[in-house]
Design a protein around this ligand. Structure first.
Ligand code: ZN
Length: 336
């Protein structure tokens, strides 16, 4: 998440406007809970919501429901160095928020707000915290220091312990339908056709689609998709395919694998469906869906491990191994 070099005013995604208005209403009535759990789909803008709302809470004279973009507090938050704002995310090369980071949070929560207004602490993604970190956080949530607000961003409540949930209020952020995503993407691409293509490449996730459009990630993803379909025909090795996908989100890989497998079922004969290979495709689809569900519900399986285990299973079920029997099939389901 980009936390510096921000535009003067931070607005939510258009599909989150109602959520924003509701929450701002609570603030205006002095009913903003000190801990919020923002729940929303992958790549739909929930961290952006948390960031924008935090900036509004820090602003010294908000312009209606948004930060003014002009005051000293807004200038500092745009540069990512407002002293009363703490953004907690997994450190580089790590996938989890660690207990040392929570110790830092406790220290921060107990000091006085430099601007004398509020202190805001955002955790994103909260799903990535381990139990020790949750327990340390619980202590500070049980006796929150005055004027200190905790915003916990997560994909599913599933991974958040009940003790933490009961200390905050859940806000379910709206998941945009594809028309809303396309309307928003059109502003960037200027072409409905291109928006549709991007959204499908990104597995329906609008912010990822824009990221692909903006970055050279597009080329990488297109190449990885091509590679996967050739892998299924036995023209690429597992190692080559695993490498092609190594920097791409596991969820996107799973969606793409499911799409490729579905394609294999498009027009086969009944006999083909009953064949060993036909049954293999169904088993693979089941397994892909199982992992995808787990990923969507906040599980964080090791990406490389899950990727390789699935590719191996493809080889086992569908044959087409360029290395003959060199690859020994490993039995057993993927640990989640
Ligand atoms: Zn301001």
């Amino acid at each position: 998440m980009e936390l510096s070099d921000l535009p003067p005013v931070s607005l939510p995604m258009p599909w989150h406007n109602q959520n924003w208005t509701d929450l701002h209403g609570r603030l205006a009535n002095n009913q903003l809970p000190h801990a919020l759990l923002l729940v929303g789909g992958q790549h739909t803008g929930k961290s952006k919501f948390a960031l924008g709302f935090s900036r509004m809470l820090l602003c010294s004279k908000p312009d209606g429901a948004h930060n003014c973009g002009l005051c000293h507090a807004c200038q500092l938050s745009a540069r990512g160095n407002h002293g009363d704002f703490l953004w907690v995310q997994p450190e580089e090369s790590s996938r989890t928020i660690k207990i040392e980071q929570i110790r830092n949070v406790v220290k921060f929560a107990n000091k006085t707000a430099g601007f004398g207004l509020r202190k805001i602490i955002v955790f994103s993604p909260t799903d990535s915290m381990n139990l020790n970190a949750f327990n340390a956080l619980l202590k500070v949530l049980e006796e929150p220091p005055t004027n200190t607000y905790f915003i916990l961003v997560c994909q599913r409540l599933y991974g958040i312990p009940q003790t933490i949930r009961s200390r905050g209020q859940v806000v379910r952020l709206v998941t945009p339908d594809s028309e809303a995503c396309l309307l928003w993407l059109d502003q960037t691409t200027g072409s409905r056709q291109q928006s549709e293509k991007l959204l499908s490449t990104a597995g329906g996730m609008p912010l990822l689609a824009k990221q692909i459009f903006n970055a050279d990630g597009a080329g990488e993803l297109v190449a990885a998709r091509q590679n996967l379909s050739e892998f299924l025909r036995g023209e690429f090795t597992m190692a080559e395919t695993a490498t092609a996908w190594s920097d791409i989100e596991l969820g996107v890989f799973l969606e793409q694998l499911a799409r490729e497998l579905q394609r294999q079922l498009e027009a086969p004969t009944a006999a083909q469906l009953r064949s060993r290979q036909g049954r293999g495709v169904f088993q693979l689809l089941d397994e892909t869906a199982r992992i995808l569900r787990a990923v969507h519900s906040g599980a964080n399986p090791g990406r490389q491990l899950a990727l390789e285990a699935l590719l191996l299973q493809v080889r086992r079920e569908l044959g087409t191994d360029p290395h003959g029997d060199k690859i020994r099939a490993r039995r057993g389901a993927i640990e989640l």
